[in-house]
Ligand binder design. Structure first.
Ligand SMILES: [Cu+2]
Length: 371
């Protein structure tokens, strides 16, 4: 299928594999927030456009993903950093260790859309591994999947530890295990993923995660969030994706916005793990951020509201929200946004946002605007 025919399938809902994938869903559904004017603008209200957003055919009315069954919740995952376990070596150096298990697991990526994922530790994305520059890292990898896999880290390390077929431990067979060991460098936001062939499928199935190396002296305090941009090719034609998201579940942060405090530093670790589409993007409404590509410099390269990322590119974005309210963030590749890659930041508390504000946003005591 060429690119054009894929677009036609997505846009027109004509017969074919893509349409069949979407036909499990019922139009006209969606979280209340997405019914705002802004969401309509971006969602295109479904009239002959791609997917139609939370109002469109990618959602079942009133339905939600069963996070319990998935075993992970994007609202928790967004602030979860896995620091592993540490001990100090005789040299004084810190040894940091993790255990990651590959396992096959069906996950729900949009209400009613179940996808046969391959996971690290039962979740997609895999755990956000976090460490400090200069530490010795040791990753115990166990393959409990029905397929051979590896763990390939971005960063500086010897070829033997690269997690590719034919070098070092190479492919780890079903029931097998290995240990990857390397130094934590350079600081920045990186990623890890399986490197078995066919590579695109092994990544697209869900075998990836963020890998953050903090500078030796750390970074300034901030409310830190990890956002792994991903997608799901639910019809397995390897031509684009039918569901797009940050942290796996389509429109999750429309349904449950990411709550942040006004006038407080927020740091986003944004990783593009999307397969089958060459470019992804991140755009925020009503705000600008400092952009640190790969997070390897402490000096931003630009102050903007939109960044592009090719496959495996990533960045740190730093910002503050000067006003209360709900602020959309989404791929500015609008087709992706309409198929699930959009969400909201909710700034301030219920009292300052007025009627209709969800009460799960418990940010404690906040000043009212203008006070
Ligand atoms: Cu794999």
């Amino acid at each position: 299928m060429d690119k054009l025919s894929r677009r036609k399938l997505l846009a027109g809902g004509t017969a074919g594999a893509a349409a069949a994938g979407l036909s499990q869903l019922v139009p006209g559904a969606g979280p209340a927030l997405a019914r705002g004017a802004d969401a309509h603008e971006h969602a295109g209200a479904g009239e002959g456009s791609h997917g139609g957003g939370a109002e469109g055919p990618t959602f079942r009315k009133g339905a939600a993903v069963d996070h319990g069954a998935n075993g992970f919740d994007p609202s928790e995952l967004v602030r979860h950093f896995d620091w592993g376990r540490t001990r100090r070596l005789a040299s004084g150096r810190v040894l940091r260790e993790w255990t990651l298990v590959a396992e096959d697991k069906e996950i729900e990526v949009a209400p009613g859309v179940h996808y046969p994922a391959w996971t690290y530790n039962g979740r997609v994305p895999g755990p956000t591994l976090r460490c400090r520059e200069g530490e010795l890292l040791r990753v115990h990898f166990v393959n409990s999947s029905d397929h051979p896999h590896t763990m390939h880290f971005h960063g500086l390390h010897p070829a033997q530890m690269d997690g590719v077929p034919g070098i070092g431990a190479g492919l780890v067979p079903t029931g097998g295990s290995t240990v990857y060991e390397f130094d934590a460098r350079p600081f920045g936001v990186h990623l890890y993923h399986c490197h078995a062939a066919p590579l695109a499928e092994h990544i697209a199935r869900g075998l990836y995660g963020a890998f953050i190396i903090d500078p030796k002296d750390g970074r300034p305090d901030a409310d830190e969030l990890v956002m792994v941009m991903n997608g799901f090719n639910t019809n397995f034609d390897a031509q684009g994706n039918q569901v797009y998201a940050v942290n796996t579940v389509a429109f999750h942060y429309v349904d449950q916005p990411v709550c942040v405090s006004r006038d407080s530093p927020v740091r986003l670790y944004v990783v593009n793990a999307l397969e089958y589409d060459p470019i992804n993007s991140f755009h925020i409404h009503g705000n600008f951020f400092n952009h640190f590509p790969t997070g390897t410099s402490l000096t931003p390269i630009e102050y903007t509201d939109t960044i592009l990322q090719g496959q495996a590119q990533r960045a740190i974005l730093e910002l503050e929200f000067p006003y209360d309210g709900d602020y959309m963030f989404h791929a500015h590749k609008t087709e992706f946004a309409e198929l699930g890659w959009m969400g909201f930041f909710r700034v301030g508390n219920g009292a300052t946002r007025g009627a209709g504000a969800a009460d799960y946003c418990d940010l404690g005591e906040l000043e009212t605007p203008g006070a």
